[in-house]
Design a binder for this molecule. Structure first.
Ligand SMILES: Nc1ncnc2c1ncn2[C@@H]1O[C@H](COP(=O)(O)OP(=O)(O)O)[C@@H](O)[C@H]1O
Ligand SMILES: [Mg+2]
Length: 146
């Protein structure tokens, strides 16, 4: 099959703050199989951190819930990662993706998470349902091909 990934990783972690680093480390190690440049790897680590942090901070308000991560590598250097939660969902995705927009009231968040994911990937898709959860899909084309 043409579109089959050459390698795939699926992990599920509870939305605990410490799992932001675990997720970043796992995805980073996975994508290292495709020999990314230092910059590409840093971009991916940063984008994944932002998406998982959002699951930890915004998706599940009262108790931790599952964060589903699915990373894939394709033959042509295409890398995709999907980060899903079954949390509260986002009422207006376009608004949430506006740079500097945040619903955080403690003043700890910059509102730049989605902007960072956009900048550090070659494609970002976000879909969400209130009460159902959020799906963040990112892709990146790794340039250094054997
Ligand atoms: N997984 C998620 N579940 C629920 N709401 C989210 C999720 N991710 C983002 N949001 C909403 O989108 C807003 C913007 O996200 P982001 O750009 O990462 O900025 P920040 O996290 O700094 O607020 C958040 O303030 C939050 O309201
Ligand atoms: Mg954020």
């Amino acid at each position: 099959m043409k579109n089959r990934p050459v390698n795939e990783m699926k992990i599920t972690l509870p939305s605990l703050p410490e799992n932001e680093a675990v997720a970043r480390g796992c995805v980073s190690r996975f994508v290292s199989c495709a020999d990314p440049t230092v910059t590409e790897l840093a971009d991916i680590r940063c984008a994944v951190s932002e998406a998982v942090t959002n699951c930890v901070v915004h998706a599940y308000k009262n108790a931790p819930g599952p964060v589903y991560i699915n990373a894939r590598l394709y033959e042509n250097g295409r890398f995709t990662v999907q980060i899903c939660d079954r949390g509260c969902g986002i009422p207006d995705v376009a608004l949430a993706m506006t740079p500097l927009y945040t619903t955080d009231r403690e003043g700890e968040r910059s509102g730049m998470g989605f902007a960072i994911m956009q900048t550090f990937s070659d494609g970002l898709k976000v879909s969400s349902r209130v009460g159902g959860g959020t799906r963040v899909f990112m892709e990146k084309y790794l340039k250094r091909q054997p």
